[in-house]
Design a protein around this ligand. Structure first.
Ligand code: MN
Length: 228
């Protein structure tokens, strides 16, 4: 009837093949200081998630329109975990076996639409899952990056630092997140996990240039174009 939708993929640093994206899981409130700025607290009972469609993927370096349906478009800088092997009901000790690599990512958010959902106790899809809302930089394979420890995670808008934290500030570690998710999903190659954002989220306007970095990973950049 029609050509199948495009498979979105992410480049891999040092390789001439790319990483095809399957599902995108996003961790909520994984840094205590960000939970506080959003008016919440950290829940140590269990991590929780929302999802983005693979069609939300955007390459780093692109210029995207200021999206329809919002007047409060926010950046959130995040560590992205790229899954390369099956993981189902894995414990934390085995969870990292499934990781192919890591990347810098931007969880772009219609904050006003997310707030509508919170106020009405309804899902956040309009706030979180839309075209160009998952900006993913080139993946650095584990062999290049090493282990997640206390690397700096930061984000600037037009050169001014807005977010600045360490990966060790995450409430839930990467193995804890993978293990927990693997009790609800058959994780597999192509799945991405966006591991939550530190404090300092905020709005952007047309013309802004966002640059996010994590020590040892390729930077993620995004320019906000005119409204569509
Ligand atoms: Mn986020």
């Amino acid at each position: 009837m029609f050509a199948p939708p495009k498979v979105h993929s992410v480049p891999i640093q040092g390789e001439d093949f790319a990483f095809p994206v399957n599902r995108i899981f996003c961790v909520g409130r994984n840094y205590a200081a960000h939970a506080a700025e959003m008016g919440g607290t950290v829940d140590r009972e269990a991590p929780w998630y929302f999802t983005k469609s693979a069609q939300a993927v955007c390459q780093s370096g692109e210029t995207v329109p200021y999206p329809a349906g919002t007047a409060d478009f926010h950046y959130e800088m995040e560590l992205v975990v790229a899954i390369g092997k099956p993981a189902f009901r894995v414990d934390t000790g085995r969870a990292l076996d499934a990781v192919y690599g890591y990347a810098c990512g931007l969880d772009m958010t219609r904050r006003d639409r997310q707030q509508d959902g919170k106020d009405a106790r309804r899902p956040w899809s309009l706030g979180k899952d839309f075209e160009n809302s998952a900006v993913i930089a080139a993946i650095n394979p584990v062999a290049q990056f090493g282990a997640v420890t206390s690397q700096r995670i930061s984000l600037s808008v037009n050169g001014a630092i807005k977010q600045d934290a360490q990966l060790s500030d995450m409430v839930w570690s990467v193995p804890e997140i993978i293990s927990h998710l693997s009790h609800y999903y058959h994780l597999g190659a192509g799945d991405l996990i966006m591991a939550g954002t530190p404090a300092g989220v905020g709005p952007v306007v047309s013309g802004d240039m966002i640059c996010g970095g994590i020590s040892g990973l390729c930077d993620v950049t995004l320019t906000i174009g005119p409204a569509e």
